[in-house]
Design a protein around this ligand. Structure first.
Ligand SMILES: N[C@@H](CCC(=O)N[C@@H](CS)C(=O)NCC(=O)O)C(=O)O
Length: 219
């Protein structure tokens, strides 16, 4: 039976799972939910994920929610083309980085770009600036790491890279909006501020299936 993936366009958490499917070369049945119409809060979907959040994966009778858990589930079922490492040090470092991306990058990026996307400036200028400071603090660490290795953990793409990419793409989309310019958040030009992250992002865009996983409503 085919995997069934429930997702919303632009969700960084769903996007990382879609990238995981592409990297592993696994087919899935796509269920794109329309957030504007509240499809993720429908009774049918709440039966799959009672929190009404995406992504969710259905594999026969098995349902897995939470993006990182879905990636780990796929890894267990398809260990070829590993995304979670094969030796203890790499496995530990990948999980460490996944948690760091979620706590210290994705969260503040989300808090920073939401007010930009949802027309809440200038009221929320101070909040956005405060979150941007947190994002910079973390990107400095990541920039250093990507100066020392090709990917976040070693020389091959792992789940940590897959998780970081949508956060960076969301960040760039947010700070590139005209409304954000007066705030001078200090990210742009990104290639000058964070050259190693930019070069890593360019490599990540070469992932087979990158275009397929790209949020359709951003095109
Ligand atoms: N920790 C979860 C986060 C999932 C999440 O927050 N998804 C958002 C989309 S980015 C969502 O479904 N939001 C809809 C809502 O809360 O109404 C994961 O890793 O999957």
């Amino acid at each position: 039976m085919a995997y069934e993936l429930y997702w919303i366009s632009g969700s960084p958490y769903a996007w990382r799972v879609q990238l995981g499917f592409e990297l592993k070369g696994i087919a899935y049945q796509s269920h794109r939910l329309n957030a504007g119409e509240g499809e993720h809060k429908s009774a049918d979907y709440l039966a799959i994920n009672p929190r009404g959040k995406v992504p969710a994966l259905k594999d026969g009778d098995t349902i897995i929610c939470e993006s990182t858990a879905i990636l780990a589930y796929l890894e267990a079922k398809h260990p070829e083309k590993p995304l979670f490492g094969t030796d203890p040090a790499a496995i530990g470092q990948i999980w460490q980085t996944l948690n760091e991306v979620d706590s210290f990058v994705q969260q503040p990026v989300q808090q920073m770009i939401r007010p930009i996307f949802f027309g809440q400036l200038p009221d929320k200028n101070d909040d956005v600036i405060a979150q941007a400071k947190l994002v910079h603090e973390e990107l400095v660490h990541i920039e250093r790491r990507l100066g020392a290795s090709e990917y976040l953990v070693g020389s091959a793409i792992t789940a940590a890279d897959v998780a970081l990419l949508p956060a960076i793409q969301g960040l760039l989309r947010g700070v590139g909006k005209d409304e954000a310019a007066p705030l001078e958040l200090g990210f742009l030009p990104f290639a000058e501020t964070y050259p190693n992250i930019t070069a890593w992002g360019d490599r990540m865009e070469l992932i087979p299936g990158y275009e397929k996983a790209f949020p359709p409503h951003w095109l």
